[in-house]
Design a protein around this ligand. Structure first.
Ligand code: HEM
Length: 380
């Protein structure tokens, strides 16, 4: 999509797409403005065309979670948990994330070839979130099956396939919702440091909202992190930088920021105008839907030098991969730490990764790869 973004940024940066009946916004400055202006643009969803979050809405039975709420409602839904996602708290989780990484890598022991997506990038974040929610280890497989069902997308698009996926999704939702309802009730008054206990004990949320919060964590944090990890290995191998990161010549944290900018896992967000607004000379009217192309904003030459180049050394790197404004990703620090720990351990275990980039099959709605075959050498 990147050529198209460049063309649109230059020629028609705020344009109405007649087919989809919505606005597309491509420049950094404009995307930034819309995301920060919650008096003029709402995050509530009355249309279902945002893949990233429409599920969250359905899963909780049209119940609102923070991601589709506007201030001041948004503050109520997010405030109770914000602190627990700040860098200080995230540092405390690091040893547990390291242990999860080791487990997932141990499961690969002995294999010379594996699919990085299926064998690492998918199970790793699901297991981390299960750990932080305090899901007992014996339920983790079930947990992964639910999140698989929730994110499943049709492969061949036949009617029967679509029906089956919808049915399975519906069933997973119901089971998950029942399961979280039970855990929230059980943990009320408890003193555990897991997120379910935290939600169970807050006075701010209704019982349904607590369940909605648990499901949101699962939906918002998994496939995005899967794609960040995959896009990181893809980019390092493509750019020939894997060894430079292994030796420390290039910092992991900087690489992660550049991957977020260059191959943003979330390429677009949606909002709906609730006031008439002029944007870059165009009149957007209350009720109009807008798509904000984060992936295009993150390659805007007004903000980034040589934006089409992968350059981990860029500083500052003011990308918008985690959004902007009040909805700035709750899990941003967690995702960064997960990627850092994962990359460190991967590069420690394998002195060669050899990702096969000859047959890439990118997914665009949430930007990543379906598979990334790797052939590895274990360090002695
Ligand atoms: C919000 C991206 C990982 C939880 C967002 C938004 C973006 C984003 C762009 C803004 C949505 C909007 O404005 O409509 C990402 C990316 C990730 C990632 C690229 C990984 C690389 C995570 C993780 C978690 C998480 C690991 C939780 C464990 C959330 C939540 C929100 C959110 C709860 C809603 C925040 C709010 O509405 O106030 N994320 N995310 N995300 N993210 Fe993430």
């Amino acid at each position: 999509p990147f050529d198209w973004y460049a063309e649109m940024r230059a020629e028609d940066p705020v344009r109405f797409d007649e087919q989809r009946e919505m606005w597309d916004i491509f420049r950094y400055e404009d995307v930034d403005r819309v995301l920060k202006d919650h008096d003029a643009f709402t995050a509530r969803r009355t249309r279902e065309d945002n893949e990233f979050s429409s599920d969250a809405e359905d899963d909780t039975g049209m119940l609102q979670t923070m991601i589709t709420a506007d201030p001041p409602e948004h503050n109520r839904l997010r405030g109770f948990v914000d602190e627990r996602f700040q860098p200080g708290s995230i540092r405390e989780y690091q040893p547990r994330v390291e242990a999860v990484t080791e487990d997932v890598l141990d499961a690969l022991a002995g294999e010379e070839q594996f699919d990085f997506v299926d064998e690492f990038a998918i199970p790793f974040p699901v297991t981390v979130i299960a750990e932080l929610l305090g899901i007992p280890a014996e339920r983790r497989d079930q947990f992964k099956a639910w999140s698989d069902a929730l994110i499943a997308r049709p492969k061949n698009g036949t009617q029967t396939e679509i029906q089956r996926i919808q049915q399975e999704r519906q069933q997973a939702r119901q089971e998950m919702s029942d399961y979280f309802t039970k855990l929230v009730a059980e943990r009320r008054g408890g003193d555990g440091d897991d997120f379910i206990t935290l939600a169970a004990n807050t006075e701010e949320l209704s019982r349904e909202e607590k369940v909605g919060f648990c499901i949101l964590l699962l939906l918002a944090g998994n496939i995005t992190t899967t794609n960040l990890l995959t896009n990181a290995i893809w980019s390092l191998e493509e750019q020939g930088l894997t060894d430079a990161v292994r030796t420390g010549a290039i910092g992991r944290k900087q690489v992660i920021e550049e991957v977020l900018r260059y191959r943003s896992p979330v390429q677009s967000l949606n909002r709906i105008a609730i006031a008439d607004v002029e944007l870059n000379g165009k009149q957007i009217q209350a009720g109009d839907a807008v798509t904000l192309w984060l992936g295009a904003a993150n390659r805007d030459s007004e903000v980034f030098d040589t934006p089409e180049e992968f350059r981990p050394e860029r500083r500052p790197n003011r990308h918008m991969a985690f959004g902007m404004g009040v909805h700035f990703c709750l899990g941003a620090h967690l995702a960064r730490m997960e990627a850092d720990v994962a990359m460190q351990q991967l590069l420690e275990r394998f002195d060669r990764l050899d990702a096969d980039l000859s047959n890439l099959d990118p997914l665009y709605s949430l930007y990543g790869l379906k598979s990334l075959p790797c052939e590895v050498n274990r360090t002695a």
